[in-house]
Write a new protein. Structure first.
Length: 115
């Protein structure tokens, strides 16, 4: 049931990128999903969280107004739409699913923002 992240890559400053997080199984709709990121030499930073039914969404201050998280429980997928990307958004992005005390982390996907 480990989440799988897709969609990373290289993008120019000001550009956009969409990441997806998918998790197999019939219980996906019970999990809150969060995105985190970790830049080289820095601690892992929380980016955004969407509740199991999508009714509650929160963002970190550094991405608020630029990133949008959404989910489709029929497709077992969460999307992170990233707009107006900045060089400081460069990091490995991780998806975490959580149901009560149970957590699963994905392997991460690299996002590089550079001209």
């Amino acid at each position: 049931v480990q989440p799988v992240e897709l969609g990373g890559g290289l993008v120019q400053p000001g550009g956009s990128l969409s990441l997806s997080c998918s998790q197999a199984g019939s219980l996906f709709s019970r999990f809150d999903i969060s995105w985190f990121r970790q830049a080289p030499g820095k601690e892992r930073e929380w980016v955004a969280t969407i509740s199991k039914d999508g009714g509650s969404i929160t963002y970190g201050d550094s991405v608020k107004g630029r990133f949008t998280i959404s989910r489709d429980n029929l497709k077992n997928t969460v999307l992170l739409q990233m707009n107006n990307l900045k060089p400081e958004d460069t990091a490995v992005y991780y998806c975490r699913s959580q149901w009560n005390s149970v957590q699963y982390w994905g392997q991460g996907t690299q996002v590089t923002v550079s001209s």
